[in-house]
Design a protein around this ligand. Structure first.
Ligand code: NDP
Length: 326
């Protein structure tokens, strides 16, 4: 294992909208940030086709193009972007030890965590193929629902997210088929009631997906009743998977405070974690909003929090030096 003894002022883990926004602000503050991209540079937006709800792109933009813009803007002010996966963190004030790809070691005065969250998928070959080609499989109704205006769609899942997605889509789509694998929903009572009261949401109880149909775009889904074993086809053009998200926080187990679902806990109104000089922004600490624009907003907050912390530490160090000299 090589130990470079490199000391970085602001080290950012993750390269989605939160990480790059933190980098833009930290770079413009003269803090020479370094972004470690992770295994999947660009994050969840790399799986998105058109982004129409990010302010500043009136004609819409694809997710990958938008992330290229984020990266270019961050680099323009001096951010160094390194392809690498952080595999270990040992937090210690002003001297955080970070291991990259189980080999290189760098040290950082502050660390900004923007490792995001990953949508869970059913794992069907047809689902993943159509998702990857932008063919009508999505995990975000707010992002992609608009493309299915006046059409029929499926939502898979029965938690609060699935209920929210179904209700959102019910306002745009002609019909929403909700596939619930058991005979009850996990969602909160109030969300269940709302879903049941929506006239154009049909709940298919005890129903699992066997296959998403369509070669280059979704044409329907082959489903199975888990009680009777009966198979049938539901014709739709959009297939939304809402079976939960997993925050990418395995790296911080036993190190940082997390909620019951593994999301990092930050102090209210800030991005401060329970470790001094370590900040969290974006979906890794947000199970509610999960939008590119909210991730970017908290990325800005994280950079400002880091910058203020470093200024304070510099000031304290200068006071100590003055006292020693006097
Ligand atoms: P949940 O884990 O609560 O629910 C996941 C749902 O997906 C369950 O109904 C589960 O079924 C179903 N599911 C899982 N795997 C499969 C599969 N392979 N096939 C079919 N269905 C499957 O995740 P959510 O994202 O809904 O919620 C996460 C947390 O965030 C919750 O605490 C929730 O309350 C919260 N939340 C709060 C919101 C709010 O307050 N506005 C909005 C959204 C989420 P089963 O029940 O059978 O396991």
């Amino acid at each position: 294992m090589s130990d470079t003894q490199e000391k970085i002022k602001v080290l950012i883990i993750g390269s989605g909208p939160a990480g790059y926004t933190a980098a833009i602000y930290a770079a413009r503050a003269g803090l020479n940030p370094v972004v470690y991209t992770g295994i999947k540079p660009g994050g969840q937006l790399m799986d998105t086709t058109d982004v129409e709800n990010y302010p500043g792109y009136p004609k819409s933009i694809t997710g990958p193009e938008m992330m290229t813009d984020f990266e270019e803007q961050a680099k323009r002010f001096g951010t160094e972007v390194r392809f690498g996966h952080v595999t270990k963190v040992e937090f210690s004030p002003l001297n955080h030890k970070i291991t990259i790809d189980d080999s290189a070691v760098v040290y950082a005065e502050t660390v900004i965590i923007s490792t995001g969250a990953s949508a869970k998928w059913l794992g069907l070959e047809s689902e993943i193929r159509l998702r990857d080609m932008g063919g009508g499989v999505s995990a975000c109704a707010v992002c992609d629902g608009f493309f299915y205006k006046g059409q029929d769609v499926i939502v898979v899942g029965a938690g609060d997210t699935a209920s929210e997605e179904a209700l959102y889509l019910s306002k745009l789509c002609t019909k929403v088929h909700m596939l619930v694998r058991r005979d009850e929903m996990r969602a909160s009572k109030i969300m269940q009631e709302r879903v049941k009261q929506a006239e154009n949401i049909e709940i298919h109880w005890n129903t699992s997906t066997l296959e998403v149909l369509g070669e280059s775009g979704v044409e329907g889904a082959k489903v199975k009743n888990n009680i009777t074993g009966e198979e049938s086809t539901i014709p739709v053009t959009g297939f939304f998977v809402a079976i939960g998200h997993k925050p990418n926080t395995d790296l911080f187990s036993d190190v940082l405070d997390m909620d019951d679902h593994g999301y990092l806990i930050t102090q209210a109104g800030s991005t401060l974690t329970n470790a001094e000089g370590v900040y969290a922004c974006g979906d890794v600490q947000d199970s509610i909003y999960r939008q590119a624009v909210t991730a970017a907003g908290t990325g800005c907050m994280a950079a400002l929090d880091a910058e203020r912390y470093l200024s304070q530490k510099e000031f304290e160090a200068s006071q100590t030096t003055e006292k020693t000299e006097a």
